[in-house]
Design a protein around this ligand. Structure first.
Ligand SMILES: Cc1cc2nc3c(=O)[nH]c(=O)nc-3n(C[C@H](O)[C@H](O)[C@H](O)COP(=O)(O)OP(=O)(O)OC[C@H]3O[C@@H](n4cnc5c(N)ncnc54)[C@H](O)[C@@H]3O)c2cc1C
Length: 611
């Protein structure tokens, strides 16, 4: 190639790259796109990438955070707890002062998460359909409908011989090959004794089966679990940004991603139902929100010819709906917002998990690796409670009605919530869905070389997210309702006891100098349930797996979106992120969110095919 031609090609590439991911809003303000996607996170970049495969459509993503794709806080999956609490984290405050993390950077939470790659129980995905109207039963909101999309997102590298010798295994049929998200076991996998010892101890304590691979719809097991990382690239994180955007960044001039701007409102063409969404308003994300009044920021507008898709995550998406006039009419009116759609459950049905780490000091054992961790035990109610499981099941079946009444303010009504609880309980009792996760961590911190992060996976407690002012940058109030259903604490106590027993039993205990958290001085060996609960209440943190705030459910049950993910009483406003998942699943969420977004992309494409 002639040198000047080479330069021209280079210049073209630079121009394309710089026009597709931008921070200057001037080329976007007042422009019209076919699709505007609010939030360049896990789901947002997935759907944007798929929609922009059609060179004939123009796609705009507006992302509140910056581009940190080369920042070690993002690329190094072993550093994820360091990114937590950094400027890359929204660090949402709950009303009781706890913190829920969420990625505030290109790729959203997929850029800062723990990178565990897994799906939940088949029955839990099938339960989504049970919560829809009967006419939507054939829309593929079940395991058979979502599993192919979860696999479509994935490019799995099977474990090598060294990793297999250390316990990793796989079932090829449970994985996707050739998709955007790189998954596999880390080259830095712990090859020392700690992970196999945990498996053996946890099996002895619970009777859980060891599955070679839990990614095929059975998570009621212990298993070595892969990560969303690229073992062919030194274990670098595979986020939605590195997977769905980077590879096509220089070849999709029809896809623009505006960084560091925050959508503040959706505009509609009409006020009669159904509403047609036509535009979004957005403002620069202030470097320090507390010191700059939102009214002092410049305001821009971008127009959508086809659709607006909200992918701002389970906390910001409901807030944005409320700011735009979709929510509980009385709540919106009280704030001075004209209600356009009275959907009282926007922001309700909120479900978040309660994480309690327990740990012990190592005896100096050689971990032979740097992680990330990849062994987890998932006991069901039967394995968690053992001989007492019958009583725990009875607690659920007899408790549901009262719990539905006590949580009704965070649902459509008590009757609807009772139905949702019946479905949730069905997966626990009939399908043995795991109710506790015991995430095993090696060398988490000094004095914490053997640790178990333990959380109640399927809380019955419900919460809500609600805006408190019309200021779009003001954080919404987040009331999680932690442990407001007493059974949730019963599960947490049982999980903590089990975690302690595993850490103090052989062979795991042969690597230990003794428990450091909580420590027997804080929670004695013979502690009562009440003593455990006192410690747990003080020590637990959010698990940062929030969902359910714009649920995919029938409207009568409190749903916010229908089976096409369209917000009720709107024509072209969809929600595609963790907000739509109606109930928790026994899994880390990202693979499921990718699957939902992949499916959503096909739904949107089909809706506009031939137009
Ligand atoms: C600390 C942490 C650890 C986790 N660990 C794991 C794990 O190990 N494995 C796993 O599978 N899952 C894990 N998860 C959960 C999983 O990552 C999330 O459930 C999933 O990524 C959520 O995807 P989402 O698309 O709903 O939201 P996000 O990926 O959070 O995307 C939302 C995006 O919207 C942007 N945004 C918000 N408001 C606006 C606005 N008004 N305008 C413009 N942009 C906006 C945000 O900045 C963000 O980029 C973890 C999550 C966290 C936070």
């Amino acid at each position: 190639m002639h040198p000047s031609l080479h330069l021209l090609v280079l210049a073209t590439c630079v121009t394309l790259a710089s026009t597709t991911v931008i921070s200057d809003p001037s080329s976007v303000a007042n422009a019209t796109f076919d699709y505007i996607i609010v939030g360049g996170g896990t789901a947002g970049l997935t759907i944007a990438s798929r929609l922009s495969e059609d060179a004939g459509v123009r796609v705009l993503v507006i992302e509140a955070g910056p581009d940190n794709r080369t920042d070690p806080l993002v690329t190094d999956v072993t550093q994820f707890t360091v990114a937590t609490g950094s400027t890359l984290d929204w660090a949402y405050k709950t009303v009781d002062g706890r913190t829920i993390s969420g990625g505030k950077t290109l790729g959203g939470s997929s850029s800062i998460n723990g990178a565990t790659w897994m799906r939940g129980m088949k029955a839990q995905y099938d339960a989504f359909t049970l919560l829809l109207d009967p006419e939507d039963a054939n829309k593929g909101w079940n395991w058979d409908g979502l599993f192919p999309y979860m696999k479509k997102a994935e490019d799995f590298t099977p474990p090598n011989a060294t990793q297999r010798a250390a316990g990793a295994d796989d079932v090829a049929a449970y994985h996707g090959f050739g998709g955007p998200v790189k998954t596999g076991f880390p080259l830095g996998m712990f090859l020392g004794p700690s992970q196999p010892y945990f498996v053996e101890t946890a099996q002895n304590m619970t009777g859980l089966k060891l599955l070679p691979d839990l990614n095929g719809g059975d998570a009621d097991c212990i298993s070595f679990i892969p990560n969303s990382l690229n073992p062919h690239k030194s274990d670098t994180r595979s986020s939605s940004a590195s997977s769905y955007l980077t590879p096509v960044e220089n070849s999709r001039p029809n896809w623009t991603t505006l960084l560091s701007h925050q959508v503040s409102r959706v505009f509609f063409a009409n006020s009669s139902l159904p509403l047609t969404a036509t535009a979004v308003e957005f403002v620069p994300t202030p470097a320090n929100a507390s010191t700059i009044p939102t009214s002092a920021l410049p305001t821009y507008t971008a127009h959508a010819a086809r659709e607006i898709i909200l992918s701002s995550g389970a906390i910001r998406t409901p807030a944005l709906l409320q700011l735009s006039g979709i929510g509980d009419a009385s709540h919106l009116s009280a704030l001075g917002i004209t209600p356009l759609v009275d959907l009282p459950t926007v922001g309700k049905n909120f479900q978040e998990q309660t994480n309690s780490p327990l740990g012990a000091a190592g005896d100096g054992f050689d971990a032979r690796g740097r992680g990330p961790n990849d062994v987890i035990a998932f006991p069901s109610v039967y394995e968690l409670f053992g001989d007492m499981a019958g009583a725990a099941v009875e607690n659920i079946t007899k408790g549901i009605e009262g719990w539905a009444e006590s949580q009704a303010h965070n649902a459509a009504n008590a009757q609807a919530l009772k139905r949702i609880f019946e479905v949730q309980a069905g997966t626990i009792i009939n399908d043995s869905s795991p109710i506790v996760e015991l995430f095993y961590a090696t060398n988490a911190a000094p004095g914490f070389e053997l640790a178990i992060a333990m959380w109640n996976l399927l809380p019955f407690s419900r919460g809500n997210v609600s805006i408190q002012s019309t200021d779009p940058l003001a954080p919404p109030a987040i009331d999680v309702g932690w442990f407001s259903v007493p059974f949730d604490m019963r599960v947490q106590v049982a999980g903590a006891r089990l975690a302690r027993n595993i850490l103090s039993s052989p062979p795991t205990s042969t690597l230990s100098l003794g428990e450091t958290v909580p420590g027997f001085a804080t929670v004695p060996a013979n502690a009562t349930d009440a003593e455990w609960a006192t410690w747990l209440l003080g020590a637990f943190g959010a698990n940062s797996h929030p969902l359910g705030t714009a649920a995919l459910m029938s409207r009568s049950l409190g749903g916010v979106v229908d089976a096409s993910l369209t917000v009720y009483d709107t024509k072209n406003l969809r929600v595609v992120d963790a907000s739509v998942l109606p109930i928790q699943i026994s899994a880390h969420l990202s693979s499921t969110v990718y699957g939902v977004a992949e499916k959503a992309a096909d739904i949107v494409k089909a809706a506009w095919a031939g137009t």
